[in-house]
Design a protein around this ligand. Structure first.
Ligand code: NAP
Length: 462
């Protein structure tokens, strides 16, 4: 007897690789399909779920993390299983998943960082902001980053919200950070920090900054911290000024920056200096960073109307002991899965994996989130993005051939993973670890005290 895929007797078997927001939003959208019976296995490299909500969202922005409650509801659904501590490409391969699931969704995000492509970038003390974020958030990959905070000035390159996050963490009063779930090792290092000034460089002007106004406003509200803006930096060229009319965020950002410029230099112990139209051209130092050479830019309008930075040749050296490049996350190739080098995403057409950029669609394989469209947008952006991909998955169900999934049986995926991974972390395990982390935080009024290595997590579970 044959049963159509997606029916009660033959549910659609889906593997989602990655338990960050994109993966959970995809699972949620699948569960919400009326008339489709699904069975979803979520595989995750770390024992802990939630991706950048745990490892990226700033520890002093706890409210944003409330989104995990909706992810918990998804994980608690009977049709969903969680397999933590399972690495795609090592423990299980693309071919394994193809044999055991009707559809695969890659939700692996953008785990690496973009480089600036300038000399000196690899000196000690020159770090990607993404690594620094991972370090203070207790991401196991960055546990041992050990940034040197013995300098007085740090330069942050970039004008996005990550640049704002790292800047704030570097100057925020320690007692405030100590009330968050910032990783203990980072708290200890920040306790001994000598950083007094963070210089943030935007290569374009205030009207083109990528950060959002609440984040910018928060900088100006930090206790014991001045925000310094040179008044000449907020005098806009005509085109930039005109662009504010149809861009409410830019308008609000510029207003806020003008207000900072009016405040003057200030007298607080710590300061944030926001500079615009400045690009780093060389990281200076021998062995370790001692400064950065920056060039003044002017804006040139392109045919598409965008304003791009162009160097004027006028340079200046800014001394500093650390430079954090906050110029974007970067998606990297995933074992055996086609990659689009030009767009730096998994090769896809509207979420359907293709055999190389612009190639034919690979049946049964999909991508969501940053791995699909690149590292942009807020957490919620991944929801509509996931719905879009899931709509295509549903459209494709009728063309699926059950015989193409030889081991689709409900227990087969589970057996495969358990045969390969010594310690699979289940959702119940994660809940136990979560409770443990929370209880460790309770005594000191913190949301949790994080386990920051996989060994520590597994040990806590044993
Ligand atoms: P982003 O918003 O794309 O910002 C990247 C910044 O780097 C831009 O200012 C960009 O300038 C600059 N840049 C790129 N290449 C450069 C170079 N070679 N030299 C100098 N500057 C360069 O990226 P992000 O800050 O990493 O954030 C990633 C996403 O997460 C964003 O969508 C962000 O909003 C989101 N996020 C949100 C929050 C929040 O809501 N609180 C917090 C963190 C992150 P150009 O504009 O000139 O290219």
């Amino acid at each position: 007897m044959t049963h159509s895929i997606g029916s009660e007797t033959r549910p659609l078997r889906v593997a989602i690789v990655g338990a960050g927001p994109a993966g959970f939003f995809a699972a949620d959208a699948l569960l919400k399909q009326a008339d489709l019976h699904v069975s979803i296995d979520i595989l995750n490299r770390f024992p802990t779920p939630y991706g950048l909500v745990r490892d990226g969202v700033a520890p002093d922005h706890q409210k944003i993390k409330a989104v995990t409650r909706s992810f918990d509801r998804v994980a608690g659904d009977d049709r969903v299983r969680y397999f933590g501590n399972v690495t795609f490409g090592e423990d299980v391969t693309r071919a394994d998943l193809q044999a055991h699931y009707d559809q695969i969704v890659y939700a692996v995000g953008a785990p690496s960082d973009r480089s600036m492509g300038i000399p000196g970038e690899d000196l000690d003390g020159s770090l990607p902001a993404t690594a620094f974020v991972g370090w203070y958030n207790g991401h196991p990959d960055y546990r041992d980053l050990d940034p040197d905070l013995s300098c007085e000035r740090v330069v942050v390159v970039g004008n996005g919200n990550v640049a704002v996050d790292v800047t704030r963490i570097l100057v925020r009063p320690l007692e405030e950070l100590a009330a968050t779930d910032l990783a203990d090792h980072a708290l200890e290092a920040l306790r001994g920090s000598r950083v007094r000034e963070v210089v943030v460089l935007g290569r374009r002007g205030p009207a083109q900054a990528a950060f959002t106004t609440p984040e910018l406003r928060e900088l100006g509200e930090l206790e014991g911290v001045d925000v310094v803006v040179d008044p000449s930096d907020v005098e806009l060229d005509e085109t930039s000024e005109a662009s504010l009319e149809d861009n409410a965020t830019a308008r609000r950002n510029v207003d806020r920056l003008r207000e900072y410029a009016e405040r003057g230099p200030g007298t607080e112990e710590r300061r944030i200096v926001l500079r615009f139209l400045r690009s780093p051209v060389e990281v200076l130092g021998e062995g370790h960073v001692t400064g950065v050479r920056i060039e003044r830019n002017e804006l040139v309008q392109r045919d598409d109307g965008s304003m791009r930075p162009q160097g004027t040749g006028e340079t200046e050296d800014v001394s500093c002991g650390m430079i954090l490049r906050s110029v974007g996350y970067r998606c990297v190739p995933l074992a055996d899965v086609p990659f689009d080098e030009n767009r730096s995403v998994l090769a896809n057409d509207g979420g359907r994996i293709t055999d190389g950029a612009g190639g034919p669609v690979v049946p049964g394989e999909y991508v969501v989130g940053w791995a699909k469209r690149g590292p942009s947008g807020v957490i919620g952006t991944n929801k509509s993005d996931a719905v879009d991909t899931v709509n295509r998955m549903v459209e494709d169900v009728s063309s699926l051939n059950g015989n193409a999934t030889p081991d689709w049986h409900p227990d087969a995926g589970d057996a495969l993973i358990r045969a390969r991974v010594k310690r699979v972390v289940t959702w119940e395990d994660w809940q136990a670890l979560d409770a443990l982390e929370r209880s460790r935080g309770e005594a000191s009024g913190r949301p949790r005290v994080k386990c920051c290595t996989v060994e520590e997590m597994l040990e806590a579970l044993s």
